[in-house]
Design a protein around this ligand. Structure first.
Ligand SMILES: Cc1cc2nc3c(=O)[nH]c(=O)nc-3n(C[C@H](O)[C@H](O)[C@H](O)COP(=O)(O)OP(=O)(O)OC[C@H]3O[C@@H](n4cnc5c(N)ncnc54)[C@H](O)[C@@H]3O)c2cc1C
Length: 399
């Protein structure tokens, strides 16, 4: 069991422990620090700030006592669907290589699926030093239980210090299961990763409180340090045709994996013919579009430009368009060459999902709204007048 105590002869009653305790467990009684054991989680924040080393913390070794030196290497989970490696994997390989270089350790990938071993070569060309491949007919389609069971077994065997995954539907679904099984921390939706050179800890930065602040999160006592990262946050690793790497087959102990689901059918989302996450040009509609009919105009405009259709959450919540089109904090992160925001005010939760677009064009009645302020080009006026006019001009220029 963990224990904490205050050495009364050393405590100077400065109150710093009280200020930093996130759980309100520290107080000053007669000028001496006192711990409320009902509230204390033994996190150690008070120990770190005590100027006289008056607080003695003994952590439960069975729970917290991992030897961090046993954990080496940076891993990227190579998410694939129907044999296609997801684009975010190549971005993670780029960032993973930077981290691995700083730590002076190899960069490895984990590829799980069926008949996918040939894809390992693509991962090596993008910078992986090693690729662990686990294949089985049961893994042909993603299912949480077998995939998380296999990744858990592999992590327990090989002990990487960092595991990165895409913040995709798949990554979000099973990263948390794996982290829980191996009793480590997971930081979701990171936008920056760096190594603290003194401690070798991974500094995992992500937006917090609705995107109003950036929080840097550490996993100082557990390994591996796990993080998910959204598509388009990092640039893709370049292809090196001459790169060399090792492919290692991993056979999981399937008898230890309980699969509680049965795969029945894969139903493709037919509503979005161009995936916004991969599009070079996006025409997005918000509440200003006014309804489902308004999105017909947005779609006509997008089709003419060969663009994908995006949407604000207000439009998705109103059921004018499917969730797969939503851009923003709780939708997709996009970084197209051109983002055209039609009738979108530009609240922070929307901006975090698209503000790294190369060129932003805003069409809005309100010149003072945030989207008009951050846009490269702002068109002030009614979108139902401006867009038909642009469509007419484009058609005329092509005829
Ligand atoms: C936890 C959380 C997560 C969220 N996640 C997301 C997210 O992922 N994505 C997201 O988008 N939002 C998200 N939101 C919601 C966000 O805060 C805003 O409510 C939403 O983005 C507003 O959408 P909008 O800009 O379309 O609507 P509004 O803010 O109502 O703006 C409508 C705009 O249309 C303009 N307009 C109206 N009529 C016309 C016209 N005829 N011609 C031209 N302009 C016109 C108006 O001037 C206005 O600027 C989230 C909120 C929370 C709390």
């Amino acid at each position: 069991m963990s224990s904490i105590s205050v050495l009364k002869d050393k405590c100077v009653g400065c109150g710093q422990c009280q200020q930093v305790c996130p759980f309100g467990a520290m107080s000053l009684v007669d000028g001496i620090a006192t711990v409320d054991l009902n509230k204390c989680t033994y996190c150690g924040s008070c120990v770190d700030v005590c100027p006289t080393a008056a607080i003695v913390l003994k952590k439960d070794e069975a729970k917290a006592g991992i030897d961090k030196a046993d954990y080496k290497g940076v891993w990227v989970y190579a998410e694939q669907r129907h044999g296609e490696i997801s684009g975010v994997v190549f971005e993670l390989l780029n960032e993973g290589k930077n981290l691995a270089k700083q730590l002076n350790v190899p960069l490895s990938c984990v590829l799980i699926g069926h008949n996918i071993k040939d894809k390992a070569a693509d991962l090596i060309k993008r910078g992986a030093d090693k690729v662990y491949v686990c294949q089985d007919p049961i893994l042909a389609e993603f299912q949480d239980d077998p995939y998380s069971g296999i990744l858990t077994q592999l992590i327990q065997k090989e002990k990487p210090e960092i595991v990165l995954m895409g913040a995709t539907n798949i990554g979000r679904s099973f990263a948390s299961r794996v982290a829980a099984r191996i009793s480590t921390g997971l930081t979701a939706d990171c936008t920056a990763l760096e190594i603290d050179p003194e401690t070798r800890n991974l500094r995992q930065t992500r937006p917090a409180f609705g995107g109003n602040i950036m929080a840097t999160i550490l996993t100082p006592n557990h390994r591996p340090q796990m993080a998910t990262v959204r598509h388009k946050v990092f640039k893709e690793a370049k292809i090196d045709e001459n790169a060399k790497g090792e492919i290692i087959d991993f056979t999981a102990d399937m008898s230890k994996i309980l699969n509680r689901t049965k795969f029945l059918q894969f139903v493709k989302d037919e509503t979005s013919h161009i995936n916004i996450a991969d599009a070079d040009v996006i025409v997005s509609g918000g509440r200003g579009v006014g309804g489902k009919d308004g999105f017909k105009l947005i779609t006509e405009f997008a089709d003419l430009l060969g663009a994908a259709v995006g949407a604000s959450r207000a439009a998705v919540d109103s059921d004018w368009i499917a969730y797969s089109h939503q851009v923003g904090q709780t939708g997709k992160t996009v970084a197209p060459k051109v983002y055209i925001a039609c009738g979108i005010s530009g609240q922070i939760q929307h901006l975090v999902g698209m503000s790294s677009s190369d060129v932003i064009i805003a069409i809005n009645k309100d010149p003072s709204c945030p989207m008009m302020q951050i846009a490269t080009y702002s068109l002030e006026g009614d979108l139902f007048e401006i867009i038909p006019q642009i469509i007419k001009e484009i058609k005329a220029s092509r005829s």
